[in-house]
Design a protein around this ligand. Structure first.
Ligand SMILES: *Cc1c(COP(=O)(O)O)cnc(C)c1O
Length: 396
């Protein structure tokens, strides 16, 4: 089936992905099965999306029930799951209001628009510049790829959206130097995901918060990848004891159904009145019902405690490879997002692991990223490290 499907796919689907030759047909918890019945252990989770694993009973049940009741009506009307989800997000975060959309890029678009609008209303026109970080990732729409500090996503799409300045991540001095009287916001990932699982020094986000407040510049946290329990707290910013003015969420928010959200404090949200921003699909009853169940499952102390415990175990087990293999350069992570930087390409490692039934992924060519479902257990981590050890042995 895969060969035929591959051929068909390559002729009818845009060639924007270099896909692995696997056709997945079923998932349950941390496991996936391909069309030949082969079982895989999943340490990608749809790129930090299926945080509760594949097809968790409670979320699947909610999706089925809601699909039979009401799927979509438009934001011209009230629907209950959307309002309940917003209320719970507000209750468990710094924010007062939520705008729902369909993806991380859309959530960041909304955040950039809101920052411009807010600045325009409070400080007049022309103050629209946004500072973002080198090696960041914020999406693929024109504005969000312009915000992304990586040339490879921008190449060929010029002219970019105006007004972005890129500074090195984890340098408060660089932000200080870059702020001008035209700056309206700083957009930053509390931990860089796509850019290589980079965790800033302690105090960086706090200093950034202080600097932004001093200069009347909005601080936007992109928690699309690291929110929703991934780091062992519901939101990554909680580790640092700082709050942003605006935050964006997406990936794991509905455990696999498409959703994005922009959260903001009241005085900033006020800049978006009726007609200022809109979306056809954002916050449908189907998707928000799934998200509400997902949020309630993740946001329990025992659940987050589990993420911290197994996250430490994963970090510890992977760190042991550093002594054993000279090409393993560094292991870094928090909770269940862990990066393993190699001194060589990680692609052969990914391929070999797939052969042995373990799904991992490689970013920036030489960094292996582990983002398993948050329900992963110690024995799954043992299995992963056993296979990884075998693969490293074979490749070295
Ligand atoms: C994945 C990602 C995005 C883009 O999300 P899409 O849903 O693919 O548009 C934005 N920011 C971060 C940090 C991400 O990891």
């Amino acid at each position: 089936m895969t060969d035929e499907l591959k051929k068909l796919c390559d002729s009818v689907i845009f060639a924007t992905y270099a896909r692995e030759s696997i056709t997945f047909v079923k998932g349950s918890g941390c496991r996936l099965w391909d069309d030949k019945g082969k079982e895989y252990l999943d340490f990608v989770a749809g790129i930090a999306v299926c945080n509760l694993g594949h097809c968790p009973e409670n979320v699947s049940q909610v999706i089925c029930d809601q699909a039979r009741k009401l799927v979509h009506v438009s934001n011209l009307y009230y629907t209950e799951p959307q309002v309940q989800l917003a209320r719970e997000l507000v209750n468990c975060s710094f924010a007062d209001r939520v705008f729902f959309c369909n993806s991380g890029a859309e959530a960041n678009e909304a955040a950039l628009k809101l920052a411009r609008k807010y600045s325009n209303e409070h400080f007049g026109s022309g103050r629209f510049h946004v500072i973002t970080m080198k090696n960041s990732f914020h999406g693929r729409t024109l504005a969000t790829l312009s915000a992304t500090g990586q040339e490879k996503v921008q190449k060929g799409f010029e002219p970019l959206v105006e007004g972005f300045t890129y500074v090195p991540y984890d340098s408060i001095e660089a932000v200080e130097r870059a702020i001008t009287d035209k700056t309206c916001a700083v957009l930053v990932e509390p931990i860089q995901g796509e850019g290589g699982v980079r965790i800033p020094s302690e105090g960086y986000l706090k200093e950034l918060r202080a600097l932004c407040s001093e200069k009347n510049v909005l601080l936007i946290f992109d928690e699309v990848q690291v929110g929703m329990g991934r780091t062992g707290k519901l939101f990554a910013y909680e580790h640092e004891g700082v709050e942003p003015d605006i935050m964006t969420l997406a990936k794991a928010l509905a455990n696999g159904l498409p959703i994005g959200a922009m959260l903001a404090k009241e005085d900033i949200a006020e800049a978006f009145g009726p007609g200022s921003h809109a979306t056809t699909f954002g916050g449908t009853p189907l998707v928000t019902a799934a998200a509400l169940e997902t949020l309630r499952t993740i946001n329990r102390p025992e659940f987050l405690e589990h993420v911290n415990r197994v996250g430490l175990y994963l970090l510890e087990r992977l760190s042991s490879f550093k002594e054993k293999y000279e090409f393993v350069k560094e292991i870094r992570g928090r909770g269940l997002i862990v990066g393993m930087e190699l001194t060589c390409s990680g692609q052969p490692v990914v391929k070999k692991c797939l052969e042995y039934g373990v799904v991992i992924n490689c970013i920036q060519d030489n960094i292996i990223r582990f983002t398993p479902p948050l329900i992963v257990e110690q024995k799954d981590i043992d299995r992963l490290t056993e296979i990884l050890d075998r693969v490293f042995e074979e490749l070295s």
